[in-house]
Design a protein around this ligand. Structure first.
Ligand code: GLC
Length: 512
């Protein structure tokens, strides 16, 4: 691949504790992942992004990092991680890891030192300790401040177990430079930057949100970019949630991040006008900056597409998660198949969150006492949260844990998942898994980075042609539509109807 391999890459997101369990303790781990690398290679992905794999008390699924330079013991060891990087590289798969710069765990050495050192100490200056809290709210619900025994309060934009770093302190900058080097030196190909827009705080502006997208945050990424440029082909991808495309685009300036997740596309309703507009805007904004677009349908924080697209309101938004809203899963499944062909045909890179390729639905009936997401607790049990998209993968067999491991699984899997295991789907030519495999294969040959030409196929239809002559047509209207002239049908998300494209179906055509 070229120097900028990420411009057209298909990147598979591994939520390690739910991917595959190699030691039978009910939690996914590096041994499980290493054993399943051939699966990812066959699927046809170019890179893997792993959620945080560091030692962590797991107050927020590993986003509470206790040590940025080691591996969580229930996941494995640093030596195993190095082995994994090597094995992935041997298969031609690059490795991206998550770095969490906004906050650490309250069990990190720095935070424990800060607590012990007391008010006014240099150790407290690495975090935000104040004598009086302000009125900021935690993103997970409740106040954003927690009091410690000596009377001071510390800031945590997320859970109390996740104290925020003070990014006005040069020591924090130096620490993260060192962490980036630590992993780049071990062969990591890219860094996914958690909560990238909220690092810098302004307590004096009187703004109820004095932390989103402050100007100085860009200085952080300029310095990270200078650092990553010292290495070959290392990607910086930001988790930046903004409805405002112009503000979003500032993170993609040529001396900042290479890419950022396209949450606008993810949150778009299943509507031709909304999706067309999202795609147009994305391509226009990114095109102006020369940055590659990303296409994202799901991740470990959002309801799974099969469930989202089967609801009456198919849009999705962090502020209104629609947890538990009724869903027609058959309809959702059909649309999710079509959405996959749409996302994979668009110019840029594409992300596939584990289980998306199996068409897993959101698991909405996890017993309350088993829920682990801090969102559930912090919202006073009003927001179900994100456990439903984090249920361990079904690999094989008729009974839980469906080949995930040999013991149990840290979240229960639905019994119905025996029909959607990798094993069951592998044997079914019409399965979601085989659709993803076929699409990724074609995509690798002739899609990815580049441009598109829109075709006019009516208001209900998205249709465009790529440079190679591959045409993607998605019918989002209520009835079937005629296909544009073509030489061959390469792939369809569902059966065609006497040569017509049924509702909620996508097709890839060869045109000359
Ligand atoms: C990001 C992560 C999410 C985590 C939060 C706090 O949004 O994707 O899972 O809870 O940051 O680190």
């Amino acid at each position: 691949m070229s120097e900028t391999w990420w411009r057209g890459a298909a990147i598979y997101q591994v939520y390690l504790r739910s991917f595959a369990d190699g030691n039978g303790d009910g939690v996914g781990d590096l041994a499980g992942l290493r054993a399943r690398l051939p699966y990812l290679s066959d699927l046809g992905v170019d890179a893997i992004w792993l959620n945080p794999w560091y030692p962590s008390p797991m107050a927020d699924g590993g986003y509470d990092v206790a040590d940025y330079r080691d591996i969580e013991p229930s996941f494995g060891t640093l030596a195993e991680a190095e082995k994994f990087i090597e094995e992935a590289h041997e298969l031609g798969i690059r490795v991206i890891i998550d770095v969490v710069p906004n906050h650490s765990s309250d069990q990190s050495a720095w935070f424990r030192e800060a607590l012990a050192a007391g008010p006014g100490s240099a150790a407290r200056e690495r975090f935000w300790f104040k004598d009086e809290p302000n009125d900021w709210k935690s993103i997970f619900g409740g106040p954003a401040w927690t009091q410690v025994p000596d009377g001071q309060w510390y800031l945590h934009l997320f859970a109390p177990e996740q104290p925020d770093f003070n990014w006005t302190n040069p020591e924090v900058h130096r620490e993260f430079h060192d962490v980036l080097r630590f992993w780049f030196d071990r062969g990591i190909d890219g860094i996914r930057i958690d909560s990238a827009a909220v690092l810098v705080k302004d307590f004096d502006g009187g703004d109820p949100d004095g932390y989103t997208d402050l100007a100085e945050v860009h200085d952080v990424y300029r310095s990270w970019r200078r650092l990553s440029d010292e290495y070959d082909e290392r990607l910086l991808i930001g988790e930046v949630w903004f409805p405002d495309q112009e503000r979003f685009a500032r993170y993609l300036r040529s001396d900042e991040l290479h890419t950022a997740f396209n949450f606008d596309f993810l949150g778009s309703p299943w509507s031709p006008a909304a999706l067309r507009e999202s795609i147009r805007q994305t391509l226009a904004t990114h095109g102006r900056l020369g940055a590659p677009a990303t296409w994202v349908l799901s991740n470990h924080d959002v309801a799974r597409p099969v469930t989202r697209y089967g609801r009456a309101d198919t849009s999705w938004d962090n502020g209104d998660r629609r947890d538990g809203a009724p869903s027609d899963l058959e309809l959702g499944h059909r649309r999710a198949r079509a959405a996959a062909l749409l996302a994979m045909a668009l110019p840029g890179s594409v992300y596939v969150y584990q289980g998306e390729e199996l068409g897993l639905p959101e698991v909405e009936d996890i017993p309350d006492e088993l829920r682990q997401d801090p969102m559930w607790r912090r919202s006073g049990h009003t927001v179900a949260g994100r456990d439903g998209c984090r249920v361990p993968l079904p690999w094989s067999g008729q009974e839980a844990p469906f080949g995930f491991g040999t013991g149990t699984s840290w979240l229960p899997q639905p019994e119905a998942w025996k029909k959607v295991t990798v094993e069951a789907q592998g044997a079914d030519l019409g399965s979601m898994l085989n659709l993803y495999r076929a699409a990724l294969r074609i995509r690798r040959e002739e899609l990815g980075d580049g441009t598109l030409t829109w075709l006019d196929a009516g208001d209900d239809v998205l249709a465009f042609t790529r440079e190679t002559g591959l045409t993607c047509v998605v019918n989002l209207g209520p009835g079937p539509v005629a296909l544009p002239p073509h030489d061959a049908v390469l792939l369809a998300s569902g059966p065609l109807d006497a040569g017509e494209l049924p509702s909620d179906t996508a097709v890839w055509l060869r045109t000359s």
